[in-house]
Design a protein around this ligand. Sequence first.
Ligand SMILES: *Cc1c(COP(=O)(O)O)cnc(C)c1O
Length: 380
Amino acid sequence: MIKIPFCDLAKLNRPMMAEIEQALLRVARSGRYIGGTEVSAFEEKLCDLTGARHAVGVGNGLDALKLVLRGLVALGRLNRGDGVIVAANTYIASMLAIEDAGLVPIPVDPDRRTMLLDGAGVSGCHVKTAKAVMPVHLYGRAAWDAGLVRAIEERGLLVIEDNAQALGARTDIAGLNGRHRMTGALGDAGALSFYPTKNVGALGDAGAVLTDDTELASAVRSLSNYGSDRRYHNVYSGGCNSRLDPMQAAVLGVKLGYVDAVSRRRRDVAVAYYRMIENDLIEKPDMPEYAESHVWHQYVIKVPCLEARDAFRKYMHERGIETDVHYAVPPHRQPCYEKRQWGDFPVTCEIADRVVSLPVACVSSDEAEYVAETVNRWRM
Ligand SMILES: *Cc1c(COP(=O)(O)O)cnc(C)c1O
């Protein structure tokens, strides 16, 4: 019986395992277990890849978002109570980080087709307190086009990218400074997650902040280390301990070398699905015109409705194919946000009821063909 797991991390890491093991041994034998050259070397590699002037390794992706926003508040670029426009269908981390910094999430419905925040979403949002926007490159696709850039510039919004899912994606439209083309380096700052299942995954938790802004980079570095700018000298009261572990930095240094290969592999699977899946009940994601703007962290199809989704997933499971849902309950419907009056978001709710993620991370071409054929044979 064919078995296609949704994501097999051991299999995914196997081709790089010898290098990863060497890197881990190197750190274990070094005697340096916090900070040091492993971390700074990885930060430099991130700058080389993305073009960002500064990269600051931190403990995880959520902390990367929190520290950027806390940093912007500490520097007076944002004030507590300011609004941050964000797609309502994002992962909850985006909302948690915004509220953590004393800022106010302003969720807006995404575009139905791309499932991403767009220019219409930003210009259609009339909340006066909005001072920033958080494009979330959800599923690995860059939330960045001419319309969005225009809407951002018209309102003079600060841009904090949640790039937890799209490291390695490039855009055809340049970032705000006119130079960068890689997600995470398009706006004022970007947050990365190296959670093990992300396109570049650590062997545990890890994250990073990207920015061209030297002051912000120093603020984030201090805030991630007890708010201190040098030993026993604390300049921020909002500090925490969220440093990038050198073990993870060493592993990530290896894995970053494979980021383009990983994106290419995922894109091949996505193209295969796009070509082969033909079923009137299934809505496929479209292919962006600029192929490199999507690194396919998830391949997300839509079934007709919530009831159909359970049936579809059971049908796939019975044929050896594991699927997942990203995400079944949007943030505004989570119990923790019950009392917020953010509004209702029909597009987001429809997406939440209909999306199913097919395996894409470690699928061979034969397996992709089997997945597509199985999808094609599904009837309600
Ligand atoms: C994974 C993820 C995060 C958080 O990253 P962690 O490293 O798990 O803390 C934030 N935002 C989005 C969109 C994510 O997918």
